[in-house]
Write a new protein. Structure first.
Lengths: 252, 325
């Protein structure tokens, strides 16, 4: 498996806080890599360093064999690396369709308006937003806005998708539907790097998992390896009941 | 071969009709008074429509857009009086120079956002005004007068006034078509995205710095041509008239009154405001009474109808969105 995205020795400090520290990992073609860790572990910062929202103090980001460290977000997007936001960022007064057309127009394929609209329509159907395409994005529910985040990113026809807690704030049935959508995205050959707090979901979706704590990599491996890693249980979860949850079992 | 998409759009035809109406209305009975009134209205429409590219599309409030109008006037009057250039060449060359200057200013101040950008646009206007007031080749604070025979190449003063009027109406039509074309293009979509949420737009791939600088520069061009024609017509230009922030503010009132972010709204708003303004000016209750009204109007719009006239129409009759963009 060749690496699609490679992060090498990435570091970033905010004032006195070392948010990300000498972090290295890779995402392979068509792989789903889960990024987990307690609140404040630096997960979203890793995303921001990868897509150029923040500049790293050290290290580099290699995407499809090219060094994209410090490139502005709009260039990174053009290369086929799309992302969603943990805190949804709809273009509120524009319609759901227009939001997706922006993604398609300025994404990897750099489509003209007409063809971008066709792609946007297809994606809106794919994520289940087709009934709402004419509505202003600001009028969607939180679940709808999460779907829109995903739809916009997918409209760019990315080769790698960074998903920042797309399941957070959804009710169980919405989570189920979103998981189905994520599986289908992977079936289309799109690699995914995802941050998620919902353990059961990320354990079942991910091929591999990277555990982050205080900006450093604590563990890396297949979901069951990570779930049984004493260092993870000790340092990150602390008590055995949470460890059971991590393995997808119901606490007794 | 397919006919271009815009031909099927009512907005396009409305623009053509409005422009023709402006051109022909004063010709009827050779009405010079009406011509002078419509000339001023056309200038307000030009300023508001181009300002809307920044405010309505990209979401950047520009208080100092009058600097383009004034500089366009200065370049033109100077080229005509000191270098003997013909009017149209001087106006176009001047406007091109203003657009380049705007691009340079823009690369600097467009790094700022929100209130800081808005303040910096006032700074640019005041800075340019102070510079021109001390710039001897442009007559310093006394300005430049055109020679008496400046209108001769256009067929004498009476004909020249008609020629200038038709040129201004053409510039007005072009301003509206420019706004229409941008609104229906990929550039327009990117600008609207920037106006909604600049960071999200960049993450989606919109090349934000390039788009902002480009539209700032483009929004300078036609107001500069209008300034050239206006000050050529006056045969006189001085810093206080050329860089008058009152004019800038009035253009903003036009944009907000008509509906920022729409194609026709700012033009409609500017026209309505100008009609109101001329009534108030001739009322002579007290000087600059129109500014009192303008201020109150702006406050009321922002508080109660932030979408302006067009926003109100679009909300009332959602289907009108397709006809009146």
């Amino acid at each position: 498996m060749s690496a699609l995205l490679e992060v090498r020795g990435l570091g970033r400090r905010f004032g006195g806080l070392q948010a990300v520290d000498a972090l290295s990992f890779a995402v392979g073609e068509g792989e789903i890599l889960g990024l987990i860790g307690p609140n404040g572990a630096g997960k979203s910062t890793v995303f921001n360093l990868i897509n150029g929202v923040h500049l790293p103090d050290s290290g580099s980001v290699i995407f499809r064999g090219e060094d994209i460290t410090g490139e502005p977000p709009y260039r990174v997007a053009r290369r086929g690396l799309a992302r969603t936001h943990q805190i949804v960022q709809p273009l509120a007064n524009m319609s759901v369709l227009e939001n997706c057309v922006v993604g398609a127009c300025f994404g990897r394929e750099n489509l003209p308006l007409g063809r971008a609209e066709a792609v946007a329509l297809e994606i809106a159907g794919f994520v289940g937003l087709i009934d709402r395409i004419g509505d202003p994005a600001g009028t969607l529910t939180i679940a709808g806005k999460k779907r829109l985040e995903l739809a916009r990113a997918l409209s760019a026809r990315p080769v790698l998708l960074l998903l920042d807690e797309v399941l957070a704030g959804l009710n169980p049935s919405e989570v189920e539907r979103m998981i189905v959508v994520i599986r289908r995205i992977r079936e289309r050959g799109v690699a995914i790097l995802m941050i998620e707090h919902l353990m059961q979901a990320i354990m079942s979706l991910s091929d591999r998992i990277v555990v982050l704590n205080s900006g450093r990599k604590l563990a890396e491996g297949r979901p069951e390896q990570v779930a049984n890693d004493p260092a993870v249980i000790e340092a990150y979860l602390g008590n055995p009941e949470d460890a059971a949850k991590l393995r997808g079992e119901r606490p007794s | 071969m397919h006919s271009p998409r815009f031909l099927g759009k009512p907005t396009y035809w409305l623009i053509v009709l409005a422009t023709l109406a402006f051109a022909f209305a004063p010709l009827w009975h050779d009405n010079v008074e009406l011509r002078e009134e419509l000339l001023l209205a056309a200038i307000y429409v030009i300023l508001a429509s181009n300002l809307n590219l920044m405010i309505g599309y990209a979401g950047y409030i520009n208080f100092g857009n009058i600097v383009f109008f004034g500089l366009g006037g200065y370049f033109c009057v100077w080229l005509v009086s000191s270098h003997g250039w013909p009017l149209v060449a001087a106006a176009l060359a001047g406007a091109a120079a203003v657009s380049v200057l705007a691009l340079l200013f823009g690369l600097g101040i467009l790094r700022l956002r929100g209130a800081y950008f808005a303040l910096s646009t006032i700074g640019v206007n005041e800075g340019v005004k102070a510079f021109v007031a001390n710039f001897t080749p442009w007559g310093g604070s006394t300005g430049i007068y055109l020679p008496i025979d400046a209108f001769a190449p256009l067929g004498g003063p009476a004909t020249a006034l008609w020629v200038i009027y038709f040129l201004l109406v053409a510039v007005m039509g072009l301003s509206l078509l420019l706004s229409f074309a941008i609104r229906n293009s990929k550039l327009g979509l990117g600008l609207l995205a920037i106006g909604q949420n600049e960071d999200a737009a960049a993450v989606l791939g919109v090349p934000t710095p390039r788009y902002k600088a480009f539209v700032y520069s483009v929004s300078a061009f036609l107001p500069a041509v209008a300034g050239a024609l206006f000050f050529f017509k006056s045969a006189f230009i001085q810093p206080d008239d050329a860089f008058d922030l009152v004019f800038s503010t009035e253009a903003i009132v036009g944009v907000m009154l008509g509906g920022q972010g729409t194609v026709l709204g700012p033009a409609l708003g500017a026209f309505v405001y100008e009609e109101l303004r001329s009534t108030l000016l001739t009322a002579e209750t007290f000087s600059n009474f129109q500014m009192v009204i303008a201020g109150a109007l702006l406050l009321l719009i922002v508080l109660f109808v932030p979408g302006g006239l067009m926003g109100w129409i679009h909300r009332r009759w959602p289907r009108a969105k397709k006809v009146l963009e």
